[in-house]
Design a protein around this ligand. Structure first.
Ligand code: ASP
Length: 339
């Protein structure tokens, strides 16, 4: 018997309801993404491979705010953020990051019972799949977070497909950017209301927990703005208790260290309670709007948000992919009408 029951849940962002005609294609893409991750888990693959496979499907889809189709900053460019994190039972692994934590390749390993790995990239414009570059930071460097041109140079070394900045810009994103600029000629107010950031969390049969998040950030953002999706503990987190991925107002998510908060709570009150509690705490602390998905070491899943809507897809107990539009958590934010 397999010691752990694998689990996978993904999100396609929290925010305002998008156009009705986009709902069906979004749903199809989410189902395809969860199936891509599930196929790897079923074949005995690792949770990290599963979350990355799922996120990559959505990074390729123009309706999601990640990779191709990401929102543009005020200068009309994509600057993407992404992060991955994993907690693998069995002690520290090798590799430049593990060595750096121990103080160098020759130092004695610390007596950890888990290998925690994390990698993130910020403000990248030249890779189609920022989530893959986040993984390369984790696996190929002693660092945790790399930004801009330095991160993009790593893509070449890691043989990650690069692209020109304009190749990430979809006609839909360009049009929305133009409309926004025209509508608010004087001051452009950044907003996370355009739903579409993507993320995934998984548990594999060996007990490894992993999380990944990828985004173009908030629309109307200034060039150089970095959001929670690149920040370990905010937009992504994993430890031996659980793994979490967040979406919503990045500045609020960072102030609340949302994913770290939720993962820590999951150890004591279970995944669903932890997701709800973490969103309530964020709302109390910041007044912001956000959502998250969570999977615990026991294979329990949790999700909650206090935006207008949030979509998730998951494997149900029969192993079938299901897609859900989630209503906001009652009493955890400004009252909003459900459509
Ligand atoms: N959290 C993302 C950011 O602030 C945006 C989103 O999830 O919609 O960059």
């Amino acid at each position: 018997m397999k010691p752990f029951k694998s689990a996978l849940v993904i999100h396609g962002g929290a925010g305002a309801h998008g156009p009705a005609e986009e709902r069906a294609p979004r749903r199809q893409a989410m189902i395809a993404a969860v199936k891509a991750g599930a196929a790897l888990l079923r074949a005995g693959g690792e949770a990290l491979d599963a979350v990355i496979a799922a996120v990559k499907v959505l990074e390729d889809h123009e309706l999601f705010n990640a990779g191709y189709g990401a929102v543009l900053n005020t200068a009309g460019r994509v600057e993407a953020d992404a992060a991955v994190m994993l907690a693998r039972p069995g002690g520290p692994a090798d590799g430049p990051q593990a060595q750096a934590c121990r103080g160098g390749p020759t130092s004695a390993p610390i007596g950890a019972k888990v290998h925690i790995g994390a990698g993130a990239v910020a403000a990248v414009s030249r890779v189609r799949h920022p989530v893959e570059l986040a993984r390369a930071v984790m696996e190929r460097t002693p660092h945790l977070l790399m930004a801009g041109a330095g991160a993009e140079r790593l893509a070449a070394q890691a043989k990650i497909t690069r692209c020109r900045p304009h190749e990430l810009i979809s006609p839909r994103a360009r049009e929305r950017w133009r409309a926004r600029i025209e509508a608010s000629a004087a001051v452009i107010i950044p907003s996370a209301s355009e739903q579409g950031t993507v993320g995934a969390v998984a548990l594999d049969w060996r007990g490894t927990l992993a999380a990944a998040t990828s985004t173009g950030g908030v629309s109307g953002k200034l060039p150089g703005r970095i959001g929670d999706s690149a920040i370990i503990g905010a937009g992504v987190f994993a430890d031996l208790h659980a793994a979490a991925s967040a979406t919503g107002e990045g500045e609020a998510i960072m102030k609340a260290a949302l994913c770290r908060q939720a993962v820590q709570l999951a150890g004591s009150i279970g995944a669903q309670n932890a997701a709800e509690r973490a969103i309530r705490l964020l709302a109390e602390l910041t007044g912001g709007r956000a959502g998250l998905v969570l999977v615990s070491r026991k294979g329990q899943i949790g999700f909650a948000h206090n935006a207008q809507t949030m979509e998730v897809a998951l494997l149900d107990s029969g192993g079938f992919a299901r897609h859900l539009w989630l209503a906001p958590l009652a009493g955890a934010g400004p009252a909003r009408r459900r459509r």
